[in-house]
Design a protein around this ligand. Structure first.
Ligand SMILES: C[S@@+](CC[C@H](N)C(=O)[O-])C[C@H]1O[C@@H](n2cnc3c(N)ncnc32)[C@H](O)[C@@H]1O
Length: 285
């Protein structure tokens, strides 16, 4: 079978299985197996696959048809242009979160503290902590997660990007995992924010493959924002900011939660698709 025939047949198969953008998914999997850039497939449409390559592609397409995320199958994803290893223990970093990362490193790069310091609340794959460290080369970061398996992935990713010396990883429950004297210019995070009952309605890629710990935000999805609004102030340096991602339709509730706990909400920023996505706040006192 040729490259073009594999693309056509497999796209049809994935389309029937309800996978979004089936042709793109097939091309990315095929490029992974053949170790070509995706565009390289277009120069090789007539190439015959070897039996071994065909077996490998069939296996990966089958997994994708069972709605395993592409990023789990290939083992990595790109976040602000940095390759991040992912597996079933971490949320697959989303493009929406890149906006938060960029706001964060711009803030750190303008901070006057030496060194500028940041906390990543719920680091998962480490995508936020690592991108802050890479793009803000003087910054010192502390990253917390309650999942030891997630922290192992985040540590690997930090080493891969050579920022392991500027990120301290802590295992535990939110701020309780930090040394009590820790103080930050920036507290950033993308906490779990899906209302518990909605998890079952999500796409199978998310519902069955992202860790529940990374999704479940409690009955109304807002449990972590209540905790952050109550606890984060004590860890912020004067002039510091909290920057948090949140889910669709949660902006006004989250503004209310923070304003009721002596925060000044400075901005609520949209993501690239125009949905309100990131809260930026500072202390009122
Ligand atoms: C939505 S994921 C975000 C991961 C990553 N920051 C990202 O943006 O891709 C939330 C993360 O918070 C972690 N988490 C859940 N409860 C926590 C807690 N009580 N304390 C610290 N981390 C927690 C989860 O294990 C998960 O890695």
């Amino acid at each position: 079978m040729t490259v073009l025939e594999v693309i056509q047949k497999s796209s049809e198969f994935l389309g029937k299985k309800g996978v979004d953008s089936p042709r793109l998914q097939v091309e990315l999997l095929l490029a992974h197996v053949l170790q070509l850039p995706r565009m390289g497939l277009y120069l090789n449409f007539a190439r015959e696959l070897t039996p071994a390559e065909l077996d490998q592609v069939r296996e990966l397409i089958k997994r994708r048809g069972q709605r395993e995320p592409l990023q789990h199958i290939v083992g990595s994803t790109s976040f602000v242009g940095l390759e991040m290893k992912v597996n079933a223990h971490v949320l697959v970093p989303r493009p929406e979160t890149e906006e938060l990362a960029e706001l964060g490193w711009n803030f750190l790069n303008a901070a006057t503290s030496t060194p500028p310091t940041a906390m990543d609340f719920g680091t998962g794959s480490g995508c936020l902590a690592i991108s802050l460290a890479v793009k803000s080369p003087a910054a010192q970061i502390q990253a917390v997660d309650i999942s030891p398996e997630a922290l192992a992935v985040a540590r690997d990713n930090a080493t891969r990007h050579e920022v392991q010396n500027r990120i301290q990883f802590h295992l535990g429950d939110g701020f309780a995992a930090l040394p009590p004297e820790a103080r930050f210019d920036l507290i950033a995070g993308n906490p779990p924010y899906i209302p518990s009952a909605e998890i079952e309605t999500l796409d199978p890629e998310v519902r069955d493959h992202d860790p529940r710990l990374a999704l479940n935000g409690g009955a109304d999805g807002l449990d972590f924002y209540h905790r952050l609004a109550q606890e984060a102030g004590a860890f912020l340096r004067p002039g510091g900011r909290i920057m948090l991602e949140f889910g669709e339709g949660q902006a006004e509730a989250i503004r209310g939660i923070f304003e009721s706990q002596k925060w000044i909400v400075e901005q609520i920023k949209p993501d690239y698709s125009g949905r309100l996505r990131v809260l930026i706040a500072r202390r009122a006192d």
